[in-house]
Design a binder for this molecule. Structure first.
Ligand SMILES: [Zn+2]
Ligand SMILES: [Zn+2]
Length: 334
């Protein structure tokens, strides 16, 4: 499977200001002083491997949308945030515009997860087929409502593609795009649904807008089974542990610490932190990743040191092997 992150920001799209970009350029030029950077390849190597990510790039500003390539000709997409517009634009540029089938799985209807749909160019092209899947009822009516006047000038009926809408329940297995897809109900205002994709030997879990509270630490927590042995867990964690326990409790999202704990228990290989806080700067997100990695390393040592055994032996906690911060434009292979 190939996983393409088209939108990774939560709640509302964000864009860097001119001043913020200028500061990145100044910081990069300062870091380049005294370096031997004559050829383009030397400069590219320096930018890609020597500069911190928050100077050379940005974590991205589009709201949630993830595309998964499974080898099928049909498109498999999770959520229709503003990142969906980017996917449609890329298809237009490649000339891949007609006769396509899209399966779009929605976590829920909060605006940041559906706001890209009115801007998805393939929806306006005849001979395309778009099939929406979700755990909530009334998918068609809800998506049409966001395009009604006075909220949007073009109605849902303007779309030229064929549409279908399917509501699924936890326990269902949906067989599309050469994959088996299952869903789990999640704690979020109005509920949300997480999805697990099993295709060939690989598995990916897309789980956003989910608050894992203290019950998550109990034995037999269903989410741990749901993510068991996944290659990748895309996990909603815009907050710190203390925020989820205080000022942002009941906001419907989780922390980086909870992500590490659940990925460890589910023996997930790679944990991708997702749905970044719109108020976080690139620098703050990079710090957040550094703290998350430190917690992961220390938790492995802590688990090892609380078990009897040979001093210096590997920790019985071996997962996740990697934690990353997803960004718009990131692609991963499994
Ligand atoms: Zn959201
Ligand atoms: Zn939400």
């Amino acid at each position: 499977m190939k996983v393409h992150f088209k939108g990774t920001r939560g709640s509302v799209p964000v864009a860097p200001t001119a001043l913020e970009i200028q500061e990145k350029v100044v910081a990069s030029l300062l870091a380049a002083r005294g370096k031997n950077l004559r050829s383009e390849s030397q400069i590219r190597e320096f930018v890609e491997n020597k500069l911190p990510f928050h100077h050379s790039a940005t974590w991205g500003g589009n709201t949630p949308c993830v595309q998964i390539e499974t080898g099928s000709d049909d498109y498999l997409i999770f959520d229709g945030g503003s990142g969906l517009r980017v996917l449609g634009k890329e298809m237009l540029e490649k000339g891949e515009m007609s006769g396509k089938t899209f399966h779009i799985f929605l976590s829920h209807f909060h605006y940041d997860h559906i706001q890209g749909i009115p801007f998805f160019v393939p929806a306006y092209v005849p001979n395309n087929k778009i099939i929406f899947h979700g755990g909530h009822g009334n998918i068609e009516r809800t998506l049409a409502n966001q395009m009604k006047k006075p909220y949007f000038p073009i109605s849902f009926e303007t779309f030229q593609a064929d549409f279908e809408f399917f509501t699924h329940s936890p326990g269902d297995i949906i067989e599309v795009c050469d994959s088996r897809i299952s869903l789990i109900e999640q704690d979020h205002p109005g509920l949300s649904y997480g999805y697990r994709v099993d295709s060939g030997d690989s598995s990916v879990v897309y789980s956003t807008d989910a608050e894992h509270k203290n019950s998550a630490h109990c034995k037999n927590y269903p989410f741990v089974d749901f993510i068991s042995n996944a290659n990748l867990l895309i996990f909603d964690a815009p907050y710190t542990h203390s925020q989820t326990m205080s000022i942002r409790e009941h906001w419907g999202h989780s922390s980086n610490i909870m992500g590490v704990e659940l990925a460890a228990r589910g023996e997930v290989d790679t944990l991708a932190i997702f749905h970044h806080d719109p108020s976080s700067s690139d620098h703050e997100i990079e710090d957040f990743l550094a703290h998350t990695k430190k917690f992961l390393d220390r938790s492995k040592i802590a688990v090892r040191d609380t078990r009897p055994g040979i001093p210096g032996a590997p920790s019985p906690r071996s997962h996740p092997s990697k934690v990353i911060m997803a960004y718009d434009g990131l692609s991963l292979n499994f």
